[in-house]
Ligand binder design. Structure first.
Ligand code: GLN
Length: 536
């Protein structure tokens, strides 16, 4: 068995270059070579985790099976590689400082002055080496550092990488991702920002082994040669990441250019044959070969691509599985009214009602749920989306016009969505929801049961404080909305469905977090099938 190897991925010039996709792609390629891999993200902001961040700030909050609220890049890692990440795969400056400060308060430092170097950098190194979750069987740990080189706040992370590099020798490789802009007026691609970015990194004592150039146009060899010579790297270690029609083509492009092979050569591992990645290629062929098209409405309040990242990807992946190209139409729930709902949703094959928090936009979600129910349009409600399906049903079918969630209206008479008992005394907002995987028993014979391929027992990830109020369970069931998924320990309702409709399912959990490229989530597959054929 070989010692664990460490790959560090940093970014320069601008943010949003797709470091997460490159990290996930590299993970995939190393896995395809038979290595056991994990990927972790270090974010330089001071929040303990992104759980309290508005999606406008940071996109979706991704939840790991063990209940950590994390950066959305972990979603890419899981979708590309199928590995299950944990709380140890997502670290922020806030968590690093908190650990060090807690230790200082306990008196562990025995009177020493606590400083960024060495105390903060030592804690960063400890976590980069995964000392809290030692797994000797890991061949590769890929560490992505958020932010852009030169940021004041990422400096301690760079110092930690510099030190680790010295300590680990050939067992550490540094990959730096930069941007090569195209200047239209000059009709030229410019490498100067890359040169500056690498210089900045070198100034911090880190010589990158590999430079990945993000570009909207193909870079020819002379340009790559220029980067190699100015940045002190081998030509074969200058890789380009061109715009691709799909992010899932990035691993193939990286493999074609030998990114994984270059890393292995740096470390000194025999490269061997290039893996065929058959199932990945089959997926890509299916994705580009899909000729049928389908429109799905995504009803939510955040008009921002990244806000519902995992749901969007889950829909696309389930579409590919069903040989259909899914066109996702974002419909802002704040603008949905009884008057315009038909215009907005009638042309859609199906409707997804998104998760969320707070009052803004919920009435529109309720109108969308009603439209889908009364027009028998396949509809998938996730978390808050499921809660809105329940409220709509209570108002319209059970005849309780003031039915509501305690989250929106704490004084309502008919709190069909109530705060969970163990949430009542919670005052701290961060990391205190019902988070992570919980069990669910599915009623045999239900639509959901068949969607899961006849499984009675499942585990899914959660992120909520409110729940279906069991006092109303019987009334709902009698009127036709069935509680077909229930947690066996707490009796919390996890899944509702209306069996008389083609596909009308709401889940308190988030199936989108566990959908992967090679294993799209069964509920999304079933939903898309229903949108295609009527019933699944
Ligand atoms: N706001 C709701 C709750 O806390 C739903 C949360 C969500 O959609 N993730 O229960």
């Amino acid at each position: 068995m070989m010692d664990t190897k460490y790959v560090f991925i940093t970014g320069g010039v601008v943010s949003s270059l797709g470091k997460g996709i490159i990290s996930a792609s590299l993970g995939k390629l190393l896995q395809a070579r038979g290595f056991k891999v994990t990927i972790q993200k270090f974010d330089p902001y001071i929040n303990i985790d992104p759980g309290t961040l508005n999606p406008y700030e940071h996109g979706e909050c991704y939840v790991t099976a063990d209940g950590m609220e994390t950066d959305l890049d972990l979603g890419h890692y899981e979708r590309f590689t199928g590995i299950r990440t944990s709380r140890h795969n997502s670290i922020t400056t806030g968590r690093i400082y908190k650990t060090v400060i807690d230790r200082e308060r306990r008196g562990d430092y025995l009177g020493k002055t606590i400083q960024v170097v060495p105390h903060i950098t030592d804690e960063i190194k400890r976590r980069m080496l995964r000392e809290d979750e030692k797994d000797e069987s890991l061949d590769f740990v890929i560490t992505e550092v958020g932010g852009t080189i030169g940021d004041i706040e990422s400096a301690p992370f760079m110092e930690a990488i510099r030190q680790l590099r010295r300590q680990l020798g050939r067992d550490a490789v540094c990959v730096h991702l930069t941007y090569v802009p195209y200047l239209k007026a000059a009709d030229e691609l410019k490498t100067k920002p890359t040169q500056h970015s690498v210089k900045e990194l070198q100034g911090m004592g880190i010589q990158p082994d590999i430079v990945v150039l993000r570009t909207e146009r193909h870079l020819d060899d002379s340009l790559r040669m220029k980067v190699a010579s100015f940045c002190n790297v081998d030509l074969e270690c200058v890789v380009q990441s061109e715009d691709m029609p799909s992010i899932y083509e990035v691993p193939v492009s990286m493999q074609r250019q030998g990114l994984d092979a270059a890393i292995m050569r740096k470390i000194g591992i025999p490269v061997g044959e290039t893996p065929a990645m058959k199932s990945w290629h089959e997926f890509l062929a299916k994705q580009s070969g899909a000729t049928r098209k389908m429109k799905i409405a995504l009803v939510g309040k955040y008009d921002l691509q990244d806000a519902y990242k995992s749901i969007r990807e889950s829909l696309n992946l389930a579409g590919t599985f069903n040989d259909v190209k899914v066109n996702i139409n974002f419909v802002n729930s704040e603008g949905i009214t009884k008057e315009n709902v038909s215009d907005l949703l009638s042309g859609m094959a199906g409707v997804v009602i998104c998760p969320g928090f707070g009052q803004r936009g919920i009435e529109g979600k309720i109108v969308a749920a009603e439209y889908a129910r009364t027009h028998d349009k396949p509809c998938f409600g996730i978390c808050l989306g499921m809660q809105m399906m329940v409220i709509e049903f209570a108002r319209d079918v059970l005849g309780l016009p003031d039915a509501d969630s305690c989250e929106m209206n704490p004084d309502t008479q008919h709190n069909v969505i109530d705060i969970m008992e163990d949430q009542k005394n919670i005052t701290q907002m961060g990391g205190t929801m019902r988070l992570g995987e919980y069990s669910c028993l599915i009623r045999p014979g239900s639509r959901t049961f068949y969607a899961y391929g006849g499984k009675e027992f499942i585990r899914e990830r959660h992120r909520h404080r409110y729940e279906f109020n069991n006092r109303y369970r019987e009334a709902f069931e009698r009127a036709g909305m069935q509680c077909v998924g229930v947690n066996p320990d707490s009796d919390l309702v996890e899944i509702v469905e209306i069996p008389s409709l083609r596909w009308y399912v709401g889940t308190q959990f988030h199936p989108e977090y566990s959908s992967t490229v090679l294993n799209p989530h069964p509920l999304f597959i079933s939903f898309i099938k229903a949108c295609l054929y009527g019933t699944s």
